[in-house]
Design a protein. Structure first.
Ligand code: MG
Length: 227
């Protein structure tokens, strides 16, 4: 094995986010008797995206992030009496329930376990990230788990990777591989830090960013050949 450590992103790399998030969102709508309409989810996604962007720029804190995405959504859709913070909790608990592993993830982790050390490097909220790993019985595969919301830094920030390096006992960067689906957080983060990167492009994204990974895979089983 060429590498001592693999730093795995979780959402849309090893575990599904897209399907679980949509199901969780509509279960939340159902719980408030809001009729299911196709346009609601893209609206929520846009608002959520803007809220995360402001959070990443330091304009809002983590508590405001939790309430704002639903507060703005209910404001725009006219359901102003629903408690946004409570909706956030309900959504996250549905998200935990609905999350599944992506195709080939368990097989890959079984192949790697014992041959290389594994860290989970994930941007997300603490109510969701470890509970989802635990529900999917994935926790024992990882020698380190670093959740952005728990430490106050997020990929691609240098401080996030400093923290990961400390948690993994400062492995040599060239013998470490970052694997993730996000060019802006995973690949840019690894590139900036001098760690080789593998873009896990499972959903046929087109790279228009100018951010260049060392490797690209289109299914998880292909990672084995790179190691
Ligand atoms: Mg991801």
């Amino acid at each position: 094995m060429k590498y001592d450590w693999i730093f795995f992103d979780l959402d849309n790399t090893l575990i599904d986010f897209n399907i679980a998030s949509k199901k969780a969102f509509f279960s939340l709508m159902d719980s408030h008797g809001i009729p299911r309409a196709d346009a609601l989810y893209p609206l929520y996604q846009q608002i959520n995206f803007e809220a995360w962007k402001d959070f990443e720029k330091g304009k809002i804190d983590a508590i405001t992030l939790r309430s704002r995405r639903f507060k703005d959504f209910y404001f725009k859709t006219g359901y102003k009496d629903i408690d946004p913070l409570e909706s956030n909790s309900t959504y996250l608990s549905f998200l935990v329930d609905y999350t599944t592993t992506l195709e080939g993830a368990i097989d890959l982790l079984n192949h790697l376990k014992g041959n290389v050390k594994l860290a989970a490097i994930t941007n997300g909220l603490k109510e969701a990230q470890r509970p989802r790993l635990s529900r999917l019985n994935l926790t024992p595969y990882f020698d380190a788990i670093i959740v952005s919301d728990e430490i106050g830094f997020a990929k691609p920030q240098k401080e996030y990777f400093d923290y990961v390096m400390k948690e993994t006992n400062q492995p040599s960067r060239e013998n470490t591989l970052v694997v993730g689906d996000s060019l802006h957080s995973d690949i840019q983060g690894g590139n900036n830090y001098g760690i080789p990167t593998c873009w896990c492009n499972l959903f046929g994204q087109i790279n228009k960013t100018g951010i260049v990974p060392n490797f690209e895979i289109n299914d998880l089983s292909s990672l084995k050949a790179l190691l």
